[in-house]
Design a protein around this ligand. Structure first.
Ligand SMILES: Cc1cc2nc3c(=O)[nH]c(=O)nc-3n(C[C@H](O)[C@H](O)[C@H](O)COP(=O)(O)OP(=O)(O)OC[C@H]3O[C@@H](n4cnc5c(N)ncnc54)[C@H](O)[C@@H]3O)c2cc1C
Length: 226
């Protein structure tokens, strides 16, 4: 899995702080943008985050390039509606040599791995046969959830916090969990105050909504091991 931060709102925290301050200040926007630098911005953002006053953080967005992930992952990812996506198309791109993700539970089980690889080879052969005689958009019906894909994703900070809350959780599926932790590490470098308490619910406020299905991490205060 390759995750790259392609682009983001310049000065994300100063932009958010200026937007938040605007609500309560008689200053001009130009004045606010100069006033709201560095420490002042960080203090104000920390307060916003504490109060749950989150609309100002919608002004900063991040764009990620994600490669070498499965279609099973992207199917879950695109359920997050407050985001923009562009994904490699199986209608237009030939998939005769498709790469595929091997889940660790199969990779580390020699018998399951052998069967998995054999089935993938069968699918490859079947796809190549069909793609030679039918449209790619129809041949793709043979392709597995494991098929590797590339996707570009843009989310604002508020949507990212929601994404991390759901997908950094140990109850989330392993592959999207891994993606979420990688995305979080990247945005933390650019907006450390906004994402200071980001992660699963237990990272955010020390609680867990999972009840009997909880992994128990919220009681240990340790980070997930993904
Ligand atoms: C562990 C786990 C298991 C899951 N299992 C399943 C499953 O078995 N089946 C399944 O179908 N999905 C499943 N999901 C997907 C889940 O139900 C959500 O669709 C997904 O996590 C996107 O979350 P979201 O709606 O909060 O995000 P977004 O779509 O980005 O929405 C963000 C927030 O905006 C608000 N919002 C967005 N759209 C609306 C709207 N139309 N009306 C009102 N408010 C809105 C909500 O507050 C929402 O939380 C699972 C998710 C997780 C994390």
């Amino acid at each position: 899995m390759e995750v790259t931060l392609l682009n983001w709102t310049p000065d994300p925290e100063n932009t958010v702080a200026a937007a938040a301050r605007l609500c309560y200040s008689p200053s001009s926007i130009a004045e606010l943008c100069t006033e709201m630098q560095g420490v002042t911005a960080a203090k104000l953002i920390a307060r916003l985050m504490e109060m749950g006053h989150l609309s100002p953080i919608e002004h900063a967005s991040f764009t990620f390039g994600v490669e070498g992930v499965s279609r099973a992952l992207t199917h879950q990812l695109v359920r997050h509606r407050l985001a923009s996506y562009s994904q490699k198309s199986q209608r237009y791109v030939d998939e005769s040599n498709f790469g595929y993700v091997i889940p660790p539970g199969i990779r580390d089980n020699p018998r399951a791995r052998q069967e998995y690889l054999a089935v993938m080879e069968q699918i490859r052969r079947g796809y190549a046969l069909l793609a030679a005689t039918a449209e790619k958009e129809d041949a793709r019906y043979l392709l597995p959830n494991a098929c590797q894909t590339s996707i570009i994703v843009t989310m604002n900070c508020r949507s990212l916090l929601n994404f991390f809350e759901r997908r950094c959780c140990a109850r989330a599926q392993w592959e999207i969990q891994k993606l979420a932790w990688k995305m979080l590490a990247l945005v933390k470098e650019q907006a450390p105050t906004i994402f200071a308490r980001a992660g699963a619910r237990c990272d955010m406020d020390g609680t867990c909504p999972e009840g009997a299905m909880s992994c128990g991490r919220w009681q240990t205060g340790k980070n997930a091991d993904v």
